[in-house]
Design a protein around this ligand. Structure first.
Ligand code: SAH
Ligand code: SF4
Ligand code: F3S
Length: 440
């Protein structure tokens, strides 16, 4: 027997969907009468909500567990109960119990059972649930309580695309869309709980609801929600970017001018080997249509350098695609072989120093374009949703419609929408002067 935990701490790694899941797990614990603590070293229960997308994810989890136990030993406390959740839990399952002796292992589709698993662990038996049940977990989760002005809402989970480098189809399961009505209800609850901006989330969010009118139908419905000011969505796949969704960028007032549309590579040979199902040209033509609908849209992407067999010439095609697009921001990664994925056993794996050099060159190009995009915002007036206090006295931080961070001196509160003149553009953020406070 272990004492039932009274305090908990949730630590989320990886994508925004994990952040959302972490919030929902915290709500489950609160509904059980437990108290949240910001200090992992003071909690009776620590939930490590893990990510498996790139290298050393698993090792990081084991060293985190070791650190938590050492911290407890050093301060004379008994070791906390540890629950491993998220994508490493799904991928490693029982191995984590064997190797680290953790109390609870729970997969991304099973975390509504977390309270029962914690109770089982408190009775002395390690508890494991990595099922991917047909019935969705969402119905079993408690209502949303208090949320930040910018809130996440998962609408779609899983992936059927099977890009050859990626673990997500294995850790998150098949593509499933939540029902329209359940999402609208949760969006209303989020607004009641303080949200003014909602980001719809899915591993392939734009594949949402192909039999429910498509993502644009959901966006149109949310556009009518009083109190909601901004709608965003992420992450999209180029192949699911319908004309209807593109048109929504021209027509729906609350839909923000931002699109994260990962391309991964500029080389057709590499894209094919990745099983990406779009090519360089179809991607560029798609962006032309997006820009035709919404000329000021900020474009973002994901890139992988050093995919097996990538030649210098193929990498140069990625650089020239970046030049052609002009991204407002982007994420770029060195290819990381993931166990069980087809690319991990492909010939011609690229040497680490070549990947390092390519990543540096790619990031230099992306940083240049981000700085140029920010510079274009200089002198404009835009709305900023205040999200948190800045480092300086009186300074607040918020986001522009194009997802840039904006610093300003203001007495506006978190959650206020402020009209701002952009007076300074730096490579990673903007500074503004308050012009007018929008009515709350
Ligand atoms: N569903 C989204 C993104 C999922 S993962 C999409 O299809 O775009 C987020 C990003 O991580 C991917 O876009 C890719 O750039 C990167 N990524 C995924 N697997 C990777 C791997 N094995 N090595 C390096 N980067 C990877
Ligand atoms: Fe991974 Fe590809 Fe699915 Fe994105 S679309 S989650 S990169 S398999
Ligand atoms: Fe990571 Fe799983 Fe998200 S592997 S990126 S937490 S879907």
């Amino acid at each position: 027997m272990k004492p039932s935990p009274k305090t908990f701490h949730v630590k989320s790694f990886g994508c925004q969907m994990n952040v959302y899941d972490g919030e929902r797990m915290a709500e489950l614990m609160l509904a059980e009468g437990m108290t949240a603590t910001d200090d992992a070293n003071a909690a009776d229960l620590v939930v490590l909500n893990t990510c498996h997308i790139r290298e050393r994810a698993t090792e990081k989890v084991y060293s985190d567990i070791g650190r938590l136990r050492k911290g407890a030993r050093q301060s004379g406390r008994s070791a906390p109960m540890v629950a491993v959740a998220g994508c490493v839990a799904q991928a490693e399952g029982e191995e984590i119990v064997r190797r680290a002796g953790v109390d609870v292992v729970v997969g991304p589709q099973a975390y509504h059972n977390l309270p029962a698993l914690v109770a089982q662990a408190a009775s002395g038996a390690p508890a494991l649930d990595t099922d991917m049940p047909i019935a969705s977990k969402f119905g079993a989760l408690p209502a949303r309580r208090r949320v930040a002005p910018s809130a996440f809402l998962t609408v779609q989970e899983g992936c059927d695309k099977f890009c050859t480098y990626c673990v997500v189809p294995y850790t998150r399961g098949a593509e499933v869309s939540r029902p329209f009505a359940a999402i609208v209800d949760e969006a209303k609850a989020l607004v009641d709980a303080g949200a003014r901006e909602i980001t719809l989330l899915g591993q392939n969010v734009n594949a949402w609801g192909q039999d429910q009118g498509g993502l644009e139908a959901l966006i149109v419905a949310l556009d009518r929600l009083p109190g909601l000011e901004r709608i965003r969505y992420t992450t999209s796949h180029p192949n699911d970017m319908t004309q209807g969704l593109i048109d929504a960028h021209a027509q729906v007032g609350k839909l923000m001018p931002f699109l994260h549309l990962p391309v991964q590579s500029g080389s057709d040979r590499v894209l094919k080997a990745m099983n990406r199902s779009h090519d360089r040209d179809s991607y560029l033509r798609l962006l032309d249509r997006v820009r035709a609908a919404r000329p000021d849209i900020a474009l973002s992407g994901d890139f992988i350098v050093g995919f097996p067999g990538e030649t210098d010439a193929e990498f140069a095609e990625t650089l020239s695609l970046v030049d052609a697009v002009g991204y407002a921001q982007a994420f770029s990664f060195k290819y990381s072989p993931r166990p069980g994925t087809p690319a991990a056993t492909m010939p011609d794996q690229i040497a680490p120093e070549i990947m390092d050099e390519r990543l540096q060159r790619l990031q230099a190009a992306l940083n240049r374009d981000q700085a140029a995009f920010n510079a274009k915002t200089l002198g404009r007036t835009c709305d900023v949703l205040i999200e948190r206090a800045g480092k300086l006295p009186g300074q607040m931080l918020g986001k522009s419609p194009w997802l840039q961070s904006v610093h300003l001196l203001t007495d506006a509160a978190i959650g206020d929408m402020v009209e701002v003149d952009i007076v300074r553009a730096d490579p990673n953020s903007l500074s503004g002067l308050e012009r007018r406070r929008a009515a709350a």
